[in-house]
Ligand binder design. Structure first.
Ligand SMILES: Nc1ncnc2c1ncn2[C@@H]1O[C@H](COP(=O)(O)OP(=O)(O)O)[C@@H](O)[C@H]1O
Ligand SMILES: [Mg+2]
Length: 249
């Protein structure tokens, strides 16, 4: 696999990062709608979604037997699988790939779990460097308010209960998220993350995102310009079945 660095593939990779409730999924869904409506071929990859490690993760979580290092390695395995199957092939074919959470999530969460900062970075050396990585910065009281208002229960690892910061899941979650934010903040300069003010209204943030993404689309082929019978056209058809949506605002 490639080592971490500016990729030479014709496609583009945009990623969203930030704590739970920062609005990442909302913004990337809107971005996807826009790109598809503009005729681009868009692929989407979500954190921790590879079928390869699903069973292991579920079992490990259920039995609460995942140490921070094991957890970290499982996520890296998931990410390696998605890199090879979902990220690199479309990039090679000149498509746009959107990722909801990327390596920075591992760097933030794993270090918050006391995994060595350098070790986890080296673990992900094979990752493709994104064209642009958006970091949705939000004060914790706002993000917690957004997600805890309609949530009755937090899961064990989600709340960071394995860290034994607090016996109350909600309190533990808050403390865990605080550690994660501290790591994200350090990564802004380290990885040149594009900071978004995630407290702004949804449409305003989306406008800014589109403005920042647009210059990178120059030269990227659109669906209408695809040549029938080519590999990209084949991929485009597959993507369009999954992602065909109405035009966004
Ligand atoms: N800018 C915003 N202002 C107010 N609420 C928002 C904003 N962005 C997202 N939300 C709401 O906050 C919740 C979490 O958003 P989501 O996009 O799922 O965040 P994430 O993917 O970062 O966890 C959702 O209910 C969403 O509608
Ligand atoms: Mg989300």
């Amino acid at each position: 696999m490639e080592t971490y660095g500016l990729h030479q593939y014709p496609g583009k990779l945009f990623v969203v990062e930030g704590v739970d409730g920062s609005g990442k999924s909302t913004q990337i869904a809107l971005l996807r709608q826009w790109l598809v409506s503009e005729g681009y071929t868009v692929f989407f990859s979500e954190w921790n979604s590879s079928p390869l490690v699903k069973k292991t993760t579920r079992r490990g979580k259920k039995k609460q037997m995942l140490t921070p290092t094991t957890f970290s390695l499982i996520h890296a395995t998931d990410f390696a699988d998605r890199t090879e199957h979902d990220i690199i092939p479309p990039l090679k074919a000149g498509a746009i790939v959107l990722a909801d959470r990327y390596i920075y999530t591992a760097f933030a969460r794993d270090v918050a779990r006391n995994v060595d900062r350098q070790w986890v970075r080296e673990l992900y050396q094979f990752a493709v460097q994104p064209t642009r990585a958006f970091y949705f910065r939000v004060p914790l009281d706002i993000s917690l308010g957004r997600i805890l208002s309609n949530r009755s229960e937090l899961k064990y690892y989600e709340a960071g209960m394995d860290l034994e910061l607090h016996s109350n899941p909600r309190e533990s979650f808050g403390l865990f998220q605080k550690r994660i934010v501290a790591e994200y903040e350090k990564m802004i300069a380290e990885y040149n993350l594009t900071v978004m003010d995630a407290t702004l209204p949804i449409p305003e943030q989306q406008r800014m995102m589109r403005q920042l993404v647009a210059p990178h689309l120059e030269g990227i082929r659109r669906f209408r310009q695809l040549i029938p019978g080519t590999e990209l056209e084949h991929i485009a058809h597959r993507a369009d079945i999954v992602h065909s949506t109405s035009h966004s605002q």
